[in-house]
Design a protein. Structure first.
Length: 221
């Protein structure tokens, strides 16, 4: 169970987002932390994540007892193709200007978290807006709601069959290959986004997702 109880906060954005790994709500205390949680939830390699699950006790430079609770714990799925499994992560999510302004205060906490993580075979990582606020995030925000919508199997079958013939396409050319009827294309398009969201159709999610982006059939499909 998470350590943290998110307080009312009128300065930073606080709230809850759905964690599809546990089918429960995960708390956040800033929009940056919320966006990082969205990335984790969309990442197929992430097996489990939880907000602030541990509180670390350490001594400061004066020998006084202190505590620190990192923001997020992440555990990854075992990949048989990797020679070495990805180590679990303890993450702290902070804006870069916040780190610069309060680095002297944060540094002992982060050192303690690094020691705590190493003792358990984990890694400690600082996550900033440079890691989170990317075109990939915008694509995740757009696609995430399509993952759980009811699947239209006839539309799925037509999309995958057409893309199998084309080999590679973009959304516009794929829809044109299926039908020239614009109304029918509009009906099929949500299923295309769903297949991208569930990785049955591939694309480069590090680039803006448009009707002209390159898409292809994933081998598992």
């Amino acid at each position: 169970m998470p350590v943290r109880i998110v307080p009312k906060n009128y300065r930073n954005l606080t709230g809850l987002v759905l964690n599809t790994r546990t089918q429960s709500m995960t708390a956040f205390e800033s929009s940056l932390e919320r966006d990082f949680l969205l990335l984790l939830d969309f990442d197929l390699e992430v097996e489990f994540y939880e907000e602030q699950p541990v509180t670390i006790t350490y001594q400061d430079d004066r020998g006084r007892r202190r505590t620190y609770t990192p923001d997020v714990f992440v555990r990854y799925r075992m990949d048989p193709l990797k020679a070495k499994p990805t180590s679990p992560l303890l993450c702290e999510v902070k804006y870069r200007d916040d780190l610069r302004q309060y680095w002297t205060m944060y540094r002992p906490k982060f050192r303690a978290a690094g020691r705590y993580a190493r003792q358990r075979g984990w890694r400690f990582r600082l996550v900033t807006e440079r890691d989170v606020r990317t075109p990939y995030l915008e694509n995740v925000k757009f696609l995430r709601s399509y993952r759980t919508m009811p699947l239209n199997e006839p539309h799925r079958t037509r999309l995958l069959a057409a893309l199998s013939v084309l080999g590679e396409a973009h959304p516009t050319s794929l829809l044109n290959a299926i039908s020239q009827d614009r109304r029918q294309q509009a009906q099929i398009l949500p299923t295309l986004w769903q297949l991208l969201a569930t990785r049955q159709i591939g694309t480069d999610l590090n680039q803006p997702l448009t009707m002209q982006c390159r898409i292809w059939l994933k081998e598992s499909s």
